[in-house]
Design a protein around this ligand. Structure first.
Ligand SMILES: CC(C)(COP(=O)(O)OP(=O)(O)OC[C@H]1O[C@@H](n2cnc3c(N)ncnc32)[C@H](O)[C@@H]1OP(=O)(O)O)[C@@H](O)C(=O)NCCC(=O)NCCS
Length: 156
């Protein structure tokens, strides 16, 4: 497996996985804007067997750096590869990088209904620090609240 910076050539695969996964998927423009803005964006790919094969996309993430914190905007794992510790490993790599850049807090928002993501964040030591009311669009037009979570990397 390889975790590499996301590039424009990754975006067709990223969008295909994004559309498959999310109720309100990011557009290609959202990803290109993130790359242009210098956000931290990574793709995890499995090394393909043959030279002619394209390396399958396992996961990707996007983080927005702030003055002394990171904001996790997106982390998505291919459904075929979930529950194998990939998200955990990606976030641990990001945390190591954050500490090396002296960014000691990571914030994120997550839907209250997203039990797998909340399970992931709680396992890694993220705590709830707030609620954003009606933050997310939902299927039926009713908006869903976001749980705001944070990890203080100095406490590690
Ligand atoms: C959330 C997501 C990124 C987790 O990716 P993953 O690679 O499957 O997660 P991991 O295998 O690293 O799991 C690490 C921990 O997260 C928790 N977790 C992951 N999937 C879970 C599930 N389906 N139910 C409950 N807990 C879960 C567990 O604590 C797990 O540790 P364990 O396997 O030792 O019990 C993945 O399910 C996903 O892409 N979901 C859709 C996109 C999304 O919701 N992204 C987050 C938006 S805020």
């Amino acid at each position: 497996m390889r975790l590499l910076p996301m590039a424009v050539r990754d975006l067709d695969d990223v969008i295909a996985l994004e559309d498959l996964t999310h109720v309100a998927p990011w557009t290609k423009g959202n990803f290109t804007d993130s790359l242009t803005a210098g956000y931290w964006a990574y793709c995890l790919r499995e090394l393909a067997e043959g030279d002619d094969e394209k390396d399958p996309l396992l996961a990707y993430c996007v983080l927005m750096p702030g003055v002394d914190e990171l904001n996790l905007l997106n982390i998505t794992v291919n459904p075929l590869y979930r529950r194998r510790g990939l998200a955990e490993r990606i976030l641990q790599t990001v945390e190591d990088l954050a500490i090396s850049r002296e960014l000691f807090k990571i914030f994120l928002e997550v839907r209250f209904s997203n039990k797998q993501a909340i399970g992931l964040y709680e396992k890694l030591g993220y705590c709830q620090v707030g609620i954003r009311k009606e933050y997310y669009p939902a299927h039926d037009g009713v908006r869903e609240d976001a749980k705001v979570m944070m990890k203080d990397l100095k406490k590690e």
